[in-house]
Design a protein around this ligand. Structure first.
Ligand SMILES: [Zn+2]
Length: 219
């Protein structure tokens, strides 16, 4: 049986036949698969002084080494919320370093800062995968991101052409984020948009997930 994979969710519920990567939103690290980082929205709280950022990152690093932590993040850039952009970039780069040190991929939150993320990726040339989550922008921007080797995750709202582009590039992930939707419904709708069978879509995502981490292997 091939499981559904919810690559990014804030929902702590456990669902049958679903592997969820739950974003850790408090101090308690979940026992099961999760992602941990400092959200750009929280950059205001950690940006007060350099020592505080150092300490926050040290604390984060001790959690991120845990085997259930599959992704570093969500982290990223948000030009509408959080600290000013240079502080957000500093914080984001620290996450990039952590991701490279630990050999774990990143899940990225990006609002009106796609060019900046692509530029940083070009400069850093990370060995780890970056997944931009909740992608809602158009296919032209999607092509630029995909060409850079950054993959895209789609949730409730998205541009159908962008989704098709990501699937063609073998770089599509699906998520529920904060929508409260069922990942099964997200897959179902995506399979219709992509004109592929549900099984084909499940297999595509599952195989890439297992390549990313053996934690996704369904027993
Ligand atoms: Zn999220």
């Amino acid at each position: 049986m091939i499981p559904y994979i919810d690559i990014h969710t804030h929902n702590s519920q456990v669902f049958e036949d679903v592997i969820s990567v739950r974003n850790c939103d408090d101090d308690v690290v979940p026992e099961k698969w999760c992602s941990i980082g400092i959200h750009p929205w929280s950059s205001i709280q950690v940006s007060s002084d350099a020592d505080f950022i150092d300490n926050s990152m040290k604390q984060l690093a001790t959690k991120c080494v845990l085997p259930q932590v599959l992704f570093i993040g969500e982290t990223g850039l948000d030009s509408k919320r959080g600290a000013e952009m240079n502080i957000q970039k500093d914080l984001f780069l620290r996450h990039v370093n952590l991701s490279e040190q630990l050999g774990k991929p990143m899940v990225i939150h990006c609002v009106k800062a796609i060019e900046e993320i692509v530029t940083i990726h070009k400069q850093q040339q990370p060995s780890q995968l970056w997944v931009m989550h909740g992608y809602r922008k158009n296919v032209t921007l999607a092509s630029q991101i995909l060409q850079q080797g950054i993959e895209l995750s789609f949730g409730k709202y998205y541009d159908a052409e962008a989704m098709k582009k990501a699937y063609e590039a073998n770089a599509l992930w699906l998520e529920t984020d904060m929508s409260g939707e069922s990942i099964v419904d997200v897959y179902q709708t995506a399979s219709e948009v992509l004109s592929v069978s549900l099984e084909e879509l499940k297999l595509n995502i599952y195989q890439r997930a297992v390549r990313l981490s053996s934690a996704f292997r369904w027993e």
